[in-house]
Design a protein around this ligand. Structure first.
Ligand SMILES: Cc1ncc(COP(=O)(O)O)c(C=O)c1O
Length: 504
């Protein structure tokens, strides 16, 4: 074959993305050193940069796609600086906003290792040990919760995805027609109905919308004064729908609601589902891992009776983003929901034992090795270590609640799992009724913005009835008693300044 000079160069390709071993070693070591320094420096840094969108955008400018590449050393240095100087640090001890955990450092090393080997955990044949590690991770998560460890399960990007998978498995299992072939129009005279509390996370709207049921299929069940789904109203609503010819198929219980951390009466929901032959799914994305605690509330332990449980390692297992997990009591139900056998795949490995092909039990095809960081965290801390960290987060939330109750200008509202809600109320405020509430809502909303921008601590908000509340959520093994004790002082100081400004 006649090859020209350029083609002959293919014998010794110099790909623009290749790095020599020495180059990788020296850049990699430097980066690891910088990450170690960064982790130690976290308590001394601002939690948030407090920069405007335009200020952050201007850091990158409006450059076009580079025509010619630059050295990896320069790129890593540049990216490290950008990220270390212009991020909100959820790994900071005083980050208590939303339900985003401090990430365990071992996950950073796990991600590097996973990206290096780069197994495609869609099929066993092309990811043998990674597939087995994911299976072990799923089994350990089930064990930690006290859920049957012979369940099916798969990791996904987070709570939304895990809940979507549970939803699809339930839809196939409980619809009384061939929903995979005929879709939602397959039963034109009947409508599937979903039951969940008014506190349910917004994934349920996305699921009913995306998978063809429409959000009108959701029966929003009100909460009791104890902030649990009202099970009497639930039962009545199910009966009514049946009388109207609809098809109730799914009850969603929440184990740790997003805003307040409240837990539904899961054992009662399980009973109702058994009585009415409905799929019982628990969204335990946030609170599920608290079931591992020796003093876990009975209401929470009802998740062990569920047909499926969504739970997020990137919340209370402190795994780096992203890692969600769905557990399904009957593993075959996942295969029945997702499996197809295209001719272009030959993934039926020979030898003993059936291979586990994740593309057959979930929506993804090519899949990354999310499980590695979760598996390493479980090995590093063990059951005992996780129990200690989760219990400490909950205790700190309770202490914060006590401090708020004792503080002159703070009003405590709720404290459940590791979420505490409260608001700033100046003791000399002379407004009444609606005017007072409107003022306090504005004051607390501005207080939160200033707190988040100020960089001293990071909280989020909750709305309870018509009250705008400050919300602390501790899924953070770095938060200490000292951080909690500092909060009331920081909040009342900022509150006072805003109150003075608003009144003048
Ligand atoms: C109860 C609950 N379910 C689902 C989700 C969605 O999880 P993710 O953001 O990981 O998709 C959240 C997020 O906070 C949640 O609190």
């Amino acid at each position: 074959m006649n090859l020209d000079k350029a083609e002959l160069g293919l014998r010794d390709r110099k790909a623009p993305l290749e790095m020599s071993a020495n180059e990788f070693r020296s850049i990699g070591h430097k980066l690891v050193d910088e990450i170690a320094d960064f982790l130690i420096s976290l308590p001394d840094r601002r939690v948030s940069p407090g920069e405007s969108p335009n200020e952050v955008r201007d850091l990158l400018g409006t450059n076009s796609l580079p025509e010619i590449g630059v050295s990896p050393e320069y790129i890593i240095e540049d990216a490290t600086k950008l990220l270390f100087d212009h991020s909100v640090f959820n790994g900071h001890p005083r980050f208590m906003g939303y339900i985003t955990a401090s990430a365990a450092p071992i996950g950073a090393l796990a991600d590097m290792l996973a990206s290096t080997v780069n197994p495609n955990v869609g099929a066993w044949t092309i990811s043998p040990i990674a597939s087995e590690i994911e299976a072990e991770t799923v089994r350990w998560i089930a064990e930690l919760l006290g859920y049957p460890s012979n369940c099916g399960g798969i990791l996904g990007s987070g709570g939304n995805t895990a809940n979507f998978i549970g939803f699809l498995v339930a839809r196939r299992a409980k619809s009384n027609w061939e929903v995979r072939q005929r879709g939602m129009s397959g039963s034109s005279s009947q409508s599937l109905r979903v039951y969940c509390s008014s506190e349910t996370h917004t994934w349920i709207q996305k699921a009913t919308d995306q998978y063809g049921l429409g959000t009108d299929s959701i029966r929003w069940i009100p909460m009791t004064d104890q902030l649990k789904m009202d099970t009497e109203i639930l039962e009545k609503t199910i009966e009514q729908d049946k009388e109207n010819g609809d098809v109730p198929f799914l009850v969603v219980g929440t184990a740790g609601s997003t805003a307040l951390g409240s837990i539904d009466d899961l054992p009662r929901l399980a009973e109702i589902c058994r009585e009415h032959d409905l799929w019982f799914h628990v969204d335990a994305a946030y609170g599920g891992f608290a079931a591992a605690l020796p003093d876990a509330p009975q209401d929470l332990l009802g998740l062990r009776e569920a047909d499926s449980v969504a739970i997020d390692p990137h919340k209370w297992l402190y795994s780096a983003l992203e890692a969600g997990c769905i557990l399904v009591r009957d593993p075959q139900a996942m295969v029945d929901t997702f499996s197809y056998h295209p001719s272009y795949y030959k993934f039926d490995a020979s030898g003993e034992g059936l291979p586990l092909n994740y593309y057959e039990i979930g929506p993804q095809n090519s899949r990354g090795f999310r499980a590695l960081k979760v598996w390493m965290g479980l090995r590093q801390a063990g059951r005992e270590g996780y129990i200690r960290m989760i219990a400490a987060d909950i205790r700190l939330a309770q202490i914060l609640n006590q401090l708020v109750e004792e503080a002159k200008d703070l009003e405590a509202y709720t404290c459940s799992l590791s979420i505490t809600t409260f608001r700033y109320v100046p003791s000399d405020l002379n407004l009444q009724n609606d005017e007072r509430e409107a003022y306090l809502n504005q004051l607390n909303s501005e207080l939160l913005t200033e707190l988040q921008d100020g960089g001293e601590a990071y909280l989020s908000n909750a709305v309870l009835g018509d009250k705008y509340l400050l919300r602390s959520c501790i899924v953070n093994f770095r938060t200490s008693l000292e951080d909690i004790e500092a909060l009331p002082g920081i909040i009342t100081r900022i509150g006072k300044e805003i109150d003075k400004r608003l009144r003048s």
